[in-house]
Design a protein around this ligand. Sequence first.
Ligand SMILES: [Zn+2]
Length: 84
Amino acid sequence: MDAISGICSQCGASLERAIVREVRHYEETRLMQVTCAACEQSFFAVATEAPRANPISFDEVIVAARALDHAHSLSQLFGPQFAS
Ligand SMILES: [Zn+2]
């Protein structure tokens, strides 16, 4: 599936071979579960379809992980326009 750039915050391995699974998809925004191929640490990241130089940054991964700890719906993650 999609390849992402960056390194695992847990073990420092490249995430190029990480397992990326789409959890939720709303219009151009996708919530991805990323599992490190080296240490199997998994975390969540938000990706958009719009082309960008760096599709998923670590800042976004950290923000998404924190948001997911507290969120119970897509609207809490992405704003009221994502209410289902
Ligand atoms: Zn790792």
